[in-house]
Design a protein. Structure first.
Length: 117
């Protein structure tokens, strides 16, 4: 099995049924959360991990995340940093600000998008 075949096989394990709701933040964008994986081993692994960390099931009342939100999180930027342009491409609209920063130089990343009381 070459690398390309291996990558395709791994991606196939991540396929599943996505949430049918729209993004809580970016109006009109579809939620990208997988609520049920086709691969039974993958689903069992996710269920066990969620049980260990106490994560609730993704429901209609959950926060819904779109492709734009996922990109912002991966890039360590505030959620509003990216928007979809008229051609349907995702573009960076706010540059130069990290979402998670070590403000106290203690090795702990703090979310700068929320203010603490």
């Amino acid at each position: 099995m070459n690398e390309d075949q291996h990558n395709r096989a791994m991606l196939k394990r991540l396929r599943g049924t996505k949430c049918k709701h729209t993004c809580t933040i970016h109006t009109g964008e579809k939620c990208q959360v997988v609520v049920k994986y086709k691969d039974k081993k993958m689903q069992a692994t996710i269920d066990r991990m969620n049980a260990v960390i106490g994560a609730p099931k993704h429901t209609a009342e959950s926060a819904h995340y779109c492709e734009i939100c996922q990109l912002a999180i991966r890039e360590n930027r505030p959620i509003e940093s990216f928007q979809r342009d008229d051609a349907g491409n995702i573009k960076l609209v706010i540059a130069g600000k990290a979402r998670l920063v070590d403000v106290n130089n203690d090795g702990v990343l703090h979310d700068q998008t929320f203010e603490e009381e």
